[in-house]
Ligand binder design. Structure first.
Ligand SMILES: NC(=O)c1ccc[n+]([C@@H]2O[C@H](COP(=O)([O-])OP(=O)(O)OC[C@H]3O[C@@H](n4cnc5c(N)ncnc54)[C@H](O)[C@@H]3O)[C@@H](O)[C@H]2O)c1
Length: 359
């Protein structure tokens, strides 16, 4: 049966990259449909119709249907990708600022989409991803809501490791759980090679020994100061060079901010991570991906939103049983889940205060 994928925020940096990746990859087949969902204003619809025409001119041979849905009430879709909302900028510097700005949008989208497409699979790109997942999971079946941040972080961790041992990412597997933010939990115990090559294996063993127990927090703090002065001087090459020499755990925390400082987003990496989860859902072959989901004790007894290993189908996620964590990783994961819960509660409190103020 033909598949329909809707994108909310299709005109943004991530949404545009996602469209390109979707239409260039073999994820969809002839007859499937990509729906660009508008905000319900003439300006938004106009822009989406123009984007549609440009895409048709580029990709018509693929025979994938591209349509614009002007009103959320008319939407029909099997998968909905949420890539709308504010991003980090000089006027919204922290995840807290972002939470305050994006919370009303998340609430409104979740309420409307739960009425029109309650049985869709929801892939959440927007940040703070944990807040969005919590809100969407309160409106639909929690099993149908997945934040893509942990997949993005896992891919970055694998690449950071691959680059330090001189191979490409296809040769390395690695997982990052927890928060898509400061409380992320890179799992050194999950790191392994997909090739049997003794020299590479010994380089990886040396890297793990060097960094597995290093103090990421203090390295992040030290390195952030160095980066800030390099960025202030527009020394981008030097900033990226610094990243080659820090721990992969530090690198995945800081490198996206260097990129963001120049192009205000990380569109292609994010589109790729989103597509990996979509691909896993379509193949439904039990491959492991990672995502922020609303847990009720299914992984390490955690209750709340947290990034965990997943198996995904179009009907929803289940926790993947393929990962064995060490005791200290389990402790870090519980600490991350608590930090996420505190941040979510804080955002809810701020929203309540704002509502009381308005009355
Ligand atoms: N998880 C990740 O790794 C990751 C990476 C990059 C961006 N993001 C997040 O994805 C979101 C989009 O990022 P971007 O870089 O594409 O930003 P962008 O500013 O380029 O695009 C934002 C999009 O959201 C739409 N939008 C804004 N307010 C809206 C509203 N009220 N209703 C409907 N649509 C609305 C805009 O029209 C635009 O299409 C942000 O929340 C950002 O933080 C996440």
């Amino acid at each position: 049966m033909a598949l329909s994928i809707a994108i909310v925020g299709a005109g943004g940096a991530v949404g545009s990259a996602l469209l390109m990746h979707l239409l260039k990859s073999s994820t969809l087949q002839a007859g499937d449909e990509v729906v660009l969902l508008g905000r319900g204003t003439p300006e938004s619809s106009g822009r989406l119709f123009a984007i549609r025409m440009d895409l048709l001119d580029a990709f018509d041979e693929s025979a994938i249907r591209i349509s614009v849905c002007e009103s959320i009430g008319d939407l029909k879709a099997d998968v909905v990708i949420i890539a709308a909302g504010y991003t980090i900028s000089p006027s919204r510097r922290t995840r807290r600022d972002l939470a305050a700005s994006n919370q009303p949008l998340f609430q409104s989208l979740a309420a409307k989409l739960s009425r029109t497409v309650p049985n869709a699979l929801f892939l959440i790109v927007s940040n703070p991803v944990e807040l969005a997942v919590g809100i969407f999971a309160a409106h639909m079946e929690p099993q149908r809501v997945i934040g893509i941040g942990a997949q993005q972080d896992s891919l970055r961790f694998a690449r950071a490791i691959a680059s330090q041992i001189g191979v490409h990412r296809s040769k390395v597997r690695a997982s990052v759980l927890g928060e898509h933010g400061q409380a992320m939990v890179p799992l050194w115990s999950s790191v392994h090679l997909t090739l049997d090559e003794p020299e590479t294996a010994s380089r990886l063993a040396a890297l793990i020994e060097r960094f597995e127990n290093s103090d990421t927090r203090s390295e992040v703090n030290r390195t952030r100061d160095t980066l800030e002065s390099l960025l202030a001087d527009h020394q981008l090459a030097a900033a990226y060079e610094v990243m080659e020499h820090v721990s992969p755990s530090t690198r995945i925390m800081l490198e996206p901010f260097i990129t963001h400082s120049q192009i205000h987003s990380t569109p292609n990496a994010t589109a790729n991570a989103t597509l990996e989860i979509l691909g896993a859902a379509l193949m439904a072959d039990g491959r492991r991906v990672h995502g922020q989901v609303q847990l009720h004790g299914q992984f390490q007894g955690i209750k709340g939103v947290c990034g965990v290993p997943l198996e995904v189908r179009l009907t929803g996620w289940q926790v993947s049983s393929q990962l064995r964590l060490t005791a200290s990783e389990i402790a870090d994961l519980h600490a991350a889940a608590e930090a996420i819960e505190v941040a979510i509660q804080e955002s809810r409190k701020t929203e309540c205060e704002l509502l009381t103020h308005k009355r």
